[in-house]
Ligand binder design. Structure first.
Ligand code: COA
Length: 283
C-alpha cells in the first residue's frame, strides 16, 4: 500500500489516531471521562473519519478507547447538558453530528471497520459498536444499556441499532432492566464476533485487520455494502440489486479480480478459491 508519511495525522485532541502498517487505530481519547462522547468529540471524529477515508495509510479502521473504557456513552455534561443549554438549531446540529459518525459514516464507510471493546461500553457507545463491520471485545469488558437508570430511553439510534443484532427478548430485557453484562455475554448476544482475554485483545484484533488488508479493497467494500443494503430489501429486490451489484463490482474493480480469479482457477489451475485468495499481483 502506498503511504504518505508527510501528511498530518488527523485528530489529536478528543480523538487520537495511530497508523500501523495499514491499520488506523482510532482512539476515543477522553480517558479521564471514560471516553464519554461530547459535542466536541463528534465534530473531531467526523473530521477524522472523513480524512482517513482517502488516506492511503489507512486500509482498515480499528475503533477503540484510550484507558480503561471503550466509551461510557454520551457525555451527560458535554453532550446532554451542553446541548440543553444552546439554541434549538445548535441542538439539532449536535444530534446530527453525533449520528453522522456513530451511524451513517461508520455503517457506509469506504473501508472496513472493527470495533475493539477494551473496557466500559455504555448507552450511546452501542451505536458505533454495532455500526462497525466487525467487533472484538475483552471478555471482561462491561456493557450496559444504562439509560433506564437515569430517566431516559436508549435514544440516538441505540434502540434501532441493538434491534439489528440482538433478539427482541434479550434487547428488551437489557433496555428495561439496565442490567450490566460482560464481554462473554456480548458474544452470546451477537453484539461482537469474539470475546478474548484482555492480554490477547490487541493482537487478535490486529490479526483480523491484517486478514482484511490482504483482500481486494474494492471487492471488500462492494461486498460489505451489498450485504448491508440487501438485508433491508425483500427477496425480489435483493436478487435484482445483487445481480446489478456484481456487475458494478466488475466494472469498478481496477484489479480485475473476477477475471484473474477465473483464469487462475479454470485456465492456469494455479489457485483454488476454497483455500485462499487469487494471486493479486499477477498480470
Ligand atoms: N458522561 C459524562 N461524564 C462521565 C460519563 C458520562 N457518560 N461517564 C463517566 N464520566 C465521568 C465521571 O463523571 C467522572 O468525572 P470526574 O472525574 O470529573 O468526576 C469520570 O468520568 C470518571 O468516572 P467514574 O464514575 O469516577 O469512573 P468509574 O471507573 O468508577 O466508573 C462508569 C465508570 C462508566 C461505570 C461510570 O462512570 C458510569 O456509570 N458512567 C455513566 C455510564 C452511562 O450511563 N452512560 C450512558 C450514557 S448514554
Amino acid at each position: 500500500m502506498a503511504t504518505d508519511e508527510s501528511k498530518p495525522i488527523p485528530g489529536g485532541n478528543t480523538v487520537l489516531v495511530e497508523f500501523d502498517e495499514g491499520i488506523a487505530w482510532v482512539h476515543l481519547n477522553r480517558p479521564e471521562k471514560r471516553n464519554a462522547m461530547s459535542m466536541e468529540l463528534a465534530r473531531e471524529m467526523n473530521a477524522v473519519l472523513d480524512a482517513l477515508e482517502t488516506d492511503d495509510r489507512c486500509g482498515v479502521i480499528v475503533l477503540t478507547g484510550k484507558g480503561e473504557a471503550f466509551s461510557a456513552g454520551m457525555d451527560l455534561q458535554g453532550f446532554f447538558r451542553a446541548s440543553d443549554a444552546v439554541s434549538d438549531v445548535e441542538r439539532h446540529r449536535a444530534y446530527r453530528e453525533t449520528r453522522a459518525w456513530q451511524w451513517r459514516t461508520l455503517m457506509h464507510y469506504a473501508k472496513p471497520t472493527i470495533a475493539m471493546v477494551n473496557g466500559w461500553c455504555f448507552g450511546g457507545a452501542f451505536t458505533p459498536l454495532i455500526c462497525c463491520d466487525l467487533a472484538i471485545t475483552d471478555q471482561d469488558a462491561v456493557f450496559g444499556l444504562s439509560e433506564i437508570n437515569w430517566g431516559i430511553i436508549p435514544g440516538g439510534v441505540v434502540s434501532k441499532a441493538i434491534a439489528t443484532l440482538m433478539g427482541d427478548r434479550e434487547a428488551l430485557y437489557y433496555v428495561m432492566t439496565g442490567e450490566k453484562f460482560d464481554g462473554r455475554r456480548a458474544k452470546e448476544l451477537r453484539l461482537v464476533n469474539e470475546a478474548v482475554p484482555a492480554a490477547e485483545l490487541k493482537e487478535r484484533t490486529r490479526a483480523l485487520a491484517q486478514v482484511l488488508l490482504t483482500k481486494n479493497p474494492t471487492v471488500l467494500r462492494q461486498a460489505r455494502m451489498a450485504y448491508k443494503y440487501a438485508r433491508e430489501m425483500d427477496w425480489e429486490l435483493a436478487a435484482e440489486y445483487l445481480t446489478a451489484k456484481v456487475d458494478q463490482t466488475t466494472f469498478v474493480d481496477r484489479e480485475r479480480g473476477r477475471e484473474k480469479g477465473l483464469a487462475q482457477f479454470l485456465d492456469e489451475k494455479s489457485f483454488k478459491p476454497g483455500f485462499g485468495h487469487y494471486n493479486r499481483d499477477a498480470e
